[in-house]
Each structure stands twice: as C-alpha cells, then as structure tokens.
Design a protein around this ligand. Structure first.
Ligand SMILES: [Zn+2]
Ligand SMILES: [Zn+2]
Ligand SMILES: [Zn+2]
Length: 172
C-alpha cells in the first residue's frame, strides 16, 4: 500500500467548529513563533475569517469582512496578509475557485490534493505522495519538467449524498 494521508476530511455538519478555529489559531501562532514571523492582528483576523467555514473564501469577500470588523485595512494590506498566510502554508489557494481555505497541517510544507463538494462547497485536503510521484514520472518520460501541480477534484461529499433525495448507499 502506498501511504495516503487525509490532511482534512469533510467535517461532520454537527462538529464543534469553534474548536476547529481555536486549534487552527493556536497552530498558526505556534508556526509563526517558530519561524520568527509575526502573527499580526490583521494576519490573525484574515486567518480567522478564512477559517470561518470549511468553504473557500474569495479575497474580495475577505476584504469586505475585514472592513465589517471595523478594521480600516486598505485592500493592499489585506491582500498582503493573505499572501503571507498562503506563503506560510497556513491557508491554501484553490485555483479553480480563486478562493482560500485554511490548512489543518501547517507545520509541514506540502502540496495537497483538494476535493471540492459541489453541493455544500466544503473542501477536503489529501496528501497522496503517490499521485505526485506518478505524475512526475510520467512527465519525465516525455521530457517535461514539472513546476507546479494542482489537483482540485469536484464531486459530492458524504453528508450531501446522504441528505439528498438519493438514499445513502450503506456504510457508516
Ligand atoms: Zn470545523
Ligand atoms: Zn494543507
Ligand atoms: Zn457536501
């Protein structure tokens, strides 16, 4: 078996999201402290707003939310905070949606694969090293040098499937 890791699965609809956010904040703070980076008030706020849900958020929606929080952050500062969070691996950009989600494993740099539910919009993150190495090997075979790899798959998550009109097809 190849090693597969689920970085962030689809959360149960009734999970304690406040705890998710709290944990994410603690980890983000620790990551910044360890790397000697500042987790400024604005960075923290933007991070919290991204983590507000497990759905990707667009940059301009974040900007609006920041302003609604009474911060007079100008667009460039908000976007810079977002860039910092992305570069630090604290949030990921979902390119196909041009939006951001929080990462549940920021301590370790990685390039994950994303599963996007097209019903509820929630995104799960996987890290399957076999996908990356297979693609790399195939690319090399035709003389192609990979620079970036993005895997963003759409589909339907378990809870959306079971709450839909179709009956859940067994399983836990
Ligand atoms: Zn949550
Ligand atoms: Zn991640
Ligand atoms: Zn769903």
């Amino acid at each position: 078996m190849t090693q597969k890791a689920v970085i962030q699965g689809f959360p149960r609809p009734d999970h304690d999201h406040a705890q998710c956010v709290e944990q994410a904040l603690e980890r983000a703070e620790a990551v910044c402290r360890e790397r000697g980076e500042r987790f400024t008030v604005l960075r923290r706020l933007v991070f919290e707003l991204v983590w507000n849900s497990h759905r990707p958020v667009k940059a301009y929606d974040l900007l609006e939310l920041v302003l609604r929080h009474g911060r007079r952050g100008s667009p460039p500062t908000v976007y810079r905070a977002l860039e910092f969070l992305q570069a630090a691996g604290l949030v990921h950009k979902i390119e196909s949606l041009n939006a951001f989600v929080g990462c549940a494993d920021p301590e370790r740099p990685h390039s994950g694969q994303f599963l996007i539910c097209d019903q509820c919009g929630i995104v799960a993150e996987l890290e399957d090293a076999a996908i990356a190495s297979r693609l790399d090997a195939d690319a090399k075979r035709i003389g192609f040098n990979l620079a970036t790899v993005r895997v963003e798959a759409t589909g339907r998550c378990k809870s959306c499937r079971s709450s839909g009109t179709a009956r859940p097809s067994g399983g836990s």
